[in-house]
Design a binder for this molecule. Structure first.
Ligand SMILES: [Zn+2]
Length: 370
């Protein structure tokens, strides 16, 4: 059972847990209620069918956030292949939700051939706000709640427990209700492709020093310790083609400066606990994915966050616009098979620091010549 409905209740009564981090002005950021309002409007007014539902309505056993909020999905398109698009798994990374709502609106209203081709090829499952509790608190994680008391679940030291939902799809974890709920929905959908939207701090492009607006990421590094071993190397190829296509398409727009997502200056990530990594690994948690379904996923990291204050806020419109373009281009390229024709070596052309190794969540640092 999920926690009793606590929407509107203070998430933390004990003052040590601020409702927002820092002094960020979050007035212009989409709230949970705003998201529901917008989804409802799109379902009602769209020219092409948009279906909005909760995971409770979809029939997952666990179907509410830790604080008891409904978890929303909206589908558009009636194609044979399914695409999973998730935003705001990290509550303080807001534009994923807004980008998804913008693209959902476009797909629900735009009658042009390009959008029709996307709707004909795919059924797209949009999750605008994977982490509603964290979004309302403007924090990265969710907070575990005690179902019985409706209060935060305290650990032995009497502290609240914050869970990073993007490290929780792991066999010995699934600590948060949101993780189980969306994992079960994933096993129901068995998507063919996935897209995940995040934010990062401000950074500069290797070589030019230009401010990066969008980093292209794959959570299991191409050519790294893990990805080449999956599906006979198919995802190692396809994820590089997916981002290679996005890079080629978005390079036409002067306001977008891209690079590859790296950490620590020159490390690729190879993180098995991330939701989208678990999708690529075909995680079978408690026998819920007995066929070992898996799918390739890429992620986008927009530069500038609510924690970057006015600097991040200033770029809001462009940040949303570039995410919408990136998602639409990728969906279009997959629908036309243009993605599958991209030379995977384009991945090497995307600006990045020479790779020194891999930052992992299972073996620490692994040098590049592993
Ligand atoms: Zn994130």
């Amino acid at each position: 059972m999920a926690a009793p409905l606590l929407i509107g209740a203070p998430a933390a009564a004990n003052g040590s847990f601020p409702s927002t981090e820092g002094n960020t002005n979050t007035a212009s950021i989409l709230t949970y209620d705003d998201t529901i309002t917008e989804l409802t409007k799109l379902e009602k007014n769209s020219r092409f069918p948009v279906d909005v539902f909760t995971l409770e309505e979809a029939g997952t056993a666990v179907n509410k956030s830790e604080q008891g909020r409904d978890l929303y999905v909206a589908t558009v398109g009636n194609g044979p292949e399914d695409v999973w698009v998730q935003g705001r798994i990290h509550g303080n990374e807001p534009y994923g939700a807004e980008s998804i709502l913008t693209l959902l609106k476009d797909l629900g209203t735009n009658g042009s051939a390009e959008y029709q081709q996307i709707r004909d090829a795919f059924t797209i499952h949009f999750i605008p706000m994977y982490n509603p509790d964290g979004s309302e608190l403007n924090i990265r994680q969710t907070v575990l709640y005690d179902d019985a008391t409706g209060e935060p679940l305290l650990n032995d030291a009497g502290q609240q427990q914050r869970i990073d939902l993007n490290r929780d799809w792991v066999a010995d974890k699934f600590q948060a209700d949101e993780s189980l709920a969306f994992y079960e929905y994933w096993t129901m959908v068995k998507p063919d492709y996935g897209i995940d939207i995040h934010h990062q701090g401000l950074k500069q492009q290797y070589g030019t020093g230009d401010d990066v607006t969008l980093s292209l990421g794959i959570s299991l590094a191409p050519g790294g310790p893990t990805l080449p071993t999956l599906q006979g190397g198919a995802y190692d190829l396809l994820t590089r083609q997916m981002h290679g296509f996005v890079f080629q398409e978005l390079s036409k727009y002067g306001y977008i400066t891209m690079d590859r997502y790296q950490v620590g200056g020159n490390l690729e990530i190879d993180i098995k606990g991330g939701v989208v990594s678990a999708m690529m690994l075909g995680l079978d948690y408690q026998g819920m994915n007995p066929t070992g379904h898996s799918n390739p996923v890429v992620f986008f990291e927009t530069s500038g966050n609510t924690s970057d204050g006015s600097l991040g806020q200033k770029a809001r419109g462009k940040s949303i616009q570039q995410n919408v373009l990136a998602m639409k281009s990728l969906l279009s390229g997959l629908a036309t098979d243009e993605v599958q024709q991209v030379d995977p070596e384009v991945w090497e052309e995307i600006p990045h620091a020479p790779v020194a190794g891999y930052s992992t969540d299972y073996a620490g640092f692994i040098p590049v010549s592993f």
